[in-house]
Design a protein around this ligand. Structure first.
Ligand code: GAR
Length: 210
């Protein structure tokens, strides 16, 4: 069984999608063993506690810089024996010490079709504001491995979602969550736990069902 540690900062709807998948079709033999939050008041913590999942708060505001914060998170991941680390609305950057220690064992869900609307400053509603400002007709979500480069790691899964006339950042965010994020994040976690993701030439691929 693989230990899955989920990193959160906010409402935790993606965490909820993972919990729901775990309780229904399963996560390919993986189990969410711990939820770590960068904020003490994240609602995601309540979702975890209600489902009997261990929670840890590592408050970003209590650390002077990214290096010190990264060290604290790395220690927690190691002591939780994490086999897979999932960023589910985790809004804090970790440095290369964590990325290297958990290379291809750490994934993130991003609310756009990478390489569009990603990188530094593109998080949460900012992503959807930028997509609407450009007038794109399709946006979506991406699950990718986390590397040092913000939103630059190998892409595991993507799903496109229609942008509609009259959308606001909030309506677009909700549609992308419902139609893409809450589906492809549990799917990517399942594929990982089934050892079906492989890397070739720095890109991620899925071993198909036989
Ligand atoms: C989600 O849309 C997620 O993709 C996004 O923040 C939201 C968190 O919602 N993450 C990023 O923008 C990271 N770059 P949640 O807390 O309800 O899962």
């Amino acid at each position: 069984m693989k230990n899955i540690v989920v990193l959160v900062s906010g409402g935790g709807t993606n965490l909820q999608a993972l919990i729901d998948a775990q309780n229904s079709i399963g996560l390919g033999g993986g189990k969410i063993t711990c939820v770590i939050s960068s904020k003490p008041d994240a609602y995601a913590l309540t979702r975890a506690a209600e489902n009997g999942i261990k929670t840890i708060v590592i408050n970003r505001k209590k650390y002077a810089d990214v290096a010190q914060y990264s060290r604290a998170v790395l220690e927690a991941l190691d002591s939780e024996h994490a086999d897979l680390v999932v960023y589910a609305g985790f809004m804090t950057i970790l440095d290369e010490s964590v990325c290297n220690a958990y290379k291809y064992k750490m994934m993130n869900v991003h609310p756009a079709l990478i390489p569009s609307f990603c990188g530094k400053g593109f998080y949460g509603l900012h992503v959807h504001k930028a997509a609407l400002a450009k007038g794109v007709k399709l946006s979506g979500a991406t699950v990718h491995f986390v590397t040092e480069e913000c939103d630059g790691g190998p892409i595991i899964l993507q799903k496109a979602v229609e942008v509609k006339y009259g959308d606001t950042p909030e309506t677009l965010q909700r549609r992308i969550m419902e139609q893409a994020e809450w589906k492809i994040l549990p799917e990517a976690v399942r594929l990982f736990c089934e050892d079906r993701i492989f890397i070739e030439d720095g890109k991620a691929y899925i071993k198909e069902d036989k």
